[in-house]
Design a protein around this ligand. Structure first.
Ligand SMILES: [Zn+2]
Length: 467
């Protein structure tokens, strides 16, 4: 038991306060040092606070200062790593006394006490009841403080926005979805609406803006994560939008870490951190909405490609070659399996009022009633979905393919055709690639966005200012 926590050399899965397993991202094979810089086990040390699962490349916005003041740089780094180590241990294995934390991490009791005091000042941990375990004298339990720090995920989509606010354990404290015609509004007015939505969501959730330490924003498009800029979102028709600075300018949350990422990457993050297949290190998440995108996790890290644009699977030529896609080309996968293909294919829903989501409800009702035309459309969508998924399985060899967005909402009708196509077309033993449907529905990107914030803070607790 004790050995398991030393060095955090591999991914570990623990149970968060919401009762869900939550892999604690590390995976750098780094070890930890005590406060004096003395290495406490034999592994090689990497001085990196970069977040491993999410990728951690973001422009710094706002800031809480670092530990150490005038301390030499490497001591500051060591202390930051040890703060992260304690936080990861508490998240993975729950509250414990300082003595047991020292035992479990291999740090000295004095170091643990000092680190716990600092984490307490940053409102990341608090004291709980008495630990009467068998190590040392009974002592006060140290636990994750869930009362102050909040991580917010926002999803911007073609005609709606979603907000999710979690505490540090990943427990969802607030969720909200609102129809907003963002494509029609354009980026300037659209981001104004998004900022208003974020502000009122925080207010409704009962927390103060100052408690929101991270705001990760999901957009369905090509994102330069480092610059915080949306390069191109084909279905929104937005190009070159500085999402991070536009939102920060409107919100004035200068204490918060604000970042933008692609919706499928963040959906993959939600599945990896808190989904049914949490901790699966080679995972492909396919999100179906107005567009279709992929979030690819290889060996516990999101794959972004050379320019950060990896995962644009919606424009693979899979489907009927004559069908026009939102990108202007013909025969793209998303013109065969995207939400518009589903809604437009079912009689009576193509031009019905409401956003795509509410029209999807109508499709579901027709399918549940056994309407033959609707079922035929869904079967065809399932066939194309299965063919594209099989193609990706052959290229990428994931352990699991998770289908989210409207694919999950329609799983009863799409599932059989998807599984048949996978069985027939995956070259490796097809049963070795699991196909699952996401349980998060359209909330996955916003949820993953909140979890990306948690991983950022857990990777570097000094990002949170002392209070
Ligand atoms: Zn296309």
């Amino acid at each position: 038991m004790t050995r398991k926590h030393r060095g955090m050399a591999r991914e570990e899965t623990g149970t968060a306060a919401n009762g869900r397993a939550r892999p604690v991202a590390d995976g750098h094979g780094r070890t930890h040092l005590d406060a004096a810089g003395e290495q406490t086990d034999g592994a090689r040390t990497q001085m990196s606070s970069e977040n491993p699962a999410w990728g951690g490349r973001m422009r710094t916005t706002g800031g809480a200062g670092s530990t150490g003041g005038t301390a030499p740089a490497h001591q500051t780094t060591v202390r930051r790593m040890n703060l992260a180590l304690l936080l990861k241990n508490l998240l993975a294995d729950g509250p414990r006394s300082r003595a047991r934390l020292a035992e479990d991490t291999g740090l000295t009791k004095a170091t643990v006490s000092s680190l716990v005091a600092e984490l307490g000042e940053r409102r990341l941990v608090s004291e709980g009841g008495i630990d009467r375990g068998n190590i040392g004298r009974p002592g006060r339990m140290v636990q994750i403080d869930t009362s102050v720090v909040r991580c917010m995920g926002l999803e911007i989509n073609v005609d709606y926005v979603v907000a999710v606010i979690t505490d540090l354990t990943g427990r969802v404290r607030y969720r909200r979805r609102l129809s907003v015609p963002l494509r029609d509004l354009g980026p300037a007015r659209g981001l104004g609406e998004v900022a208003d939505f974020a502000r009122s969501s925080v207010q409704e959730s009962g927390c103060a803006p100052e408690q929101v330490e991270t705001l990760h924003v999901s957009v369905p498009g090509l994102i330069d994560v480092e610059a915080g800029v949306l390069s191109y979102a084909p279905n929104l028709h937005w190009r070159q939008v500085d999402v991070v600075h536009s939102l920060l300018g409107r919100l004035q949350w200068h204490h918060a870490r604000v970042s933008v990422d692609n919706d499928a990457n963040l959906g993959a993050m939600a599945e990896y951190t808190t989904g049914r297949s949490a901790g699966t290190r080679n995972l492909l998440y396919l999100v179906g909405d107005a567009g279709v995108g992929a979030g690819l996790m290889v060996d516990g890290r999101i794959v972004r490609g050379r320019m950060g644009f990896a995962g644009e699977v919606g424009h693979m030529p899979v489907g009927r070659p004559e069908k026009l896609c939102g990108c202007g080309r013909r025969g793209c996968w998303e013109s065969a399996v995207g939400l518009a293909a589903v809604v437009d294919g079912v009689p009576g829903t193509a031009h019905a009022p409401g956003d795509l989501g509410s029209r999807l409800d109508k499709v579901e009702r027709l399918a549940a009633a056994g309407d033959p035309q609707t079922l035929a459309v869904l079967t065809e969508v399932g066939v194309w979905l299965g063919r594209g998924a099989a193609l990706l399985a052959n290229v990428l060899d994931p352990e699991v393919i998770i289908l989210g967005g409207h694919f999950a909402a329609l799983q009863r009708y799409l599932g059989p055709a998807v599984r048949t196509e996978m069985r027939e077309r995956v070259v490796a033993e097809p049963q070795t690639v699991r196909v699952e449907f996401s349980e998060f529905g359209s909330e996955a990107p916003a949820l993953g966005a909140a979890h990306a914030g948690i991983d950022l803070l857990v990777g570097d607790p000094t990002l949170v200012a002392a209070r």
